[in-house]
Design a protein around this ligand. Structure first.
Ligand code: KIV
Length: 272
C-alpha cells in the first residue's frame, strides 16, 4: 500500500479542510528552490511551505528576521515552477505585514501576483487581526501561525516551549478561534504542549498543522533541510531525521576531490 495519496489533482485549501473532516493527516514540508520543490512534490506531499526559515537554512542568518519580501518572492517563484500537485504557501517576512494593514495587503498581493503561490502564512494573533482581515478581503487565502513565532524571537528571548502558562495558553486558544472566525483556511502551531495543541485542534474546524506540538493535530510540518539531515546544529526534540544527507554530500564531495587530484576524473568515456 502506498503511504501517500494516489490523488494527482492539485491540492486546494478546500481539500485540506475535507482531509481534516475525514481524519486524514496532512503532510507539509518546506522548500525554497525549484529542484527540491520538484522532488518533494513528486513524493506526494500535500503542502509545500516556502518558509522564512530560508533566512536560516538558505542564507545562513541566525534568525528569520533579515529575509526580505523580494527574497521570499524569489524563493516562492522558484518553488512554484517545480510544483504540479502540492498546495504552495509562502511566508510573509518580518516587517511586511505587522505595522500597517495597507502595507500588509500590498505585500500579500505582491507575493500572490509575482510567485503564483496558492496562499500566504503570517505569524501572530489579535495583534495583527486587521492585517489578516484586509488580506482575506482581497481573496487571498491566509494560514495563521501561533505558539513559538520565530519572527518574535527578540521579544521571547528564547526558543523554549511556548504557552506553558495559563495566561499565554488562553490567549493562544482565543487567537486560534479568532483566526478561524475571520476566515483563515488553516493554522500552524509551533512548539507548544501537546495537550494544548489537542484542545485547539478540537476547538476549530480548520486544519491545524503542528511542529513540536505533538500528535493530536491534523498534520505535521518540518523544515526539509532538518529532516533530510543537511543542517547540523539544530537538534530539537521534535525533529525526526529521515536521511543523513550531510554525510552523503560530504562523502560525495570528498570522492570527487580524490578523483580530480588523482587524475581519475574525467576518464576516457567522460570526454569528447
Ligand atoms: O519558516 C518555516 O519554516 C516555518 C515552519 C517552521 C512552520 O514557519
Amino acid at each position: 500500500m502506498s503511504v501517500h495519496s494516489e490523488d494527482t489533482r492539485k491540492v486546494t485549501t478546500h481539500r485540506l479542510w475535507e482531509m481534516k473532516q475525514r481524519g486524514e493527516k496532512i503532510a507539509m514540508l518546506t522548500a525554497y528552490d525549484y529542484s527540491m520543490a520538484k522532488l518533494i512534490d513528486q513524493s506526494g506531499m500535500d503542502v509545500i511551505l516556502v518558509g522564512d526559515s530560508a533566512s536560516n537554512v538558505m542564507a545562513g542568518n541566525v534568525t528569520t528576521l533579515p529575509i526580505t519580501l523580494d527574497q521570499m518572492i524569489y524563493h516562492g517563484k522558484s518553488v512554484v515552477r517545480g510544483i504540479t500537485r502540492a498546495l504552495v504557501v509562502v511566508d510573509m517576512p518580518f516587517g511586511s505585514y505587522q505595522g500597517n494593514s495597507k502595507e500588509a495587503l500590498a505585500s500579500a498581493i505582491r507575493i500572490m501576483k509575482e510567485t503564483h503561490a496558492d496562499a500566504i502564512k503570517l505569524e501572530g494573533g489579535s495583534e495583527i487581526r486587521e492585517s489578516i482581515e484586509r488580506i482575506l478581503c482581497a481573496g487571498i487565502p491566509v494560514m495563521g501561525h501561533l505558539g513559538l513565532t520565530p519572527q518574535s524571537i527578540n521579544k521571547f528571548g528564547t526558543y523554549a516551549v511556548r504557552a506553558r502558562e495559563e495566561a499565554e495558553a488562553n490567549k493562544l486558544k482565543e487567537d486560534a478561534l479568532m483566526l478561524q472566525e475571520v476566515g483563515c483556511f488553516g493554522l500552524v502551531l509551533e512548539k507548544i504542549p501537546a495537550a494544548l495543541a489537542k484542545q485547539v485542534t478540537e476547538s476549530v474546524q480548520i486544519p491545524v498543522i503542528g511542529i513540536g506540538a505533538g500528535p493530536h493535530v491534523d498534520g505535521q510540518v518540518l523544515v526539509a533541510h532538518d529532516m533530510l539531515g543537511i543542517t547540523q546544529a539544530f537538534t530539537p526534540r521534535f525533529l525526526r531525521r529521515y536521511a543523513n544527507l550531510q554525510d552523503t554530500i560530504i562523502e560525495a564531495a570528498q570522492a570527487y576531490i580524490k578523483d580530480v587530484k588523482s587524475c581519475d576524473f574525467p576518464n576516457e568515456k567522460e570526454q569528447y
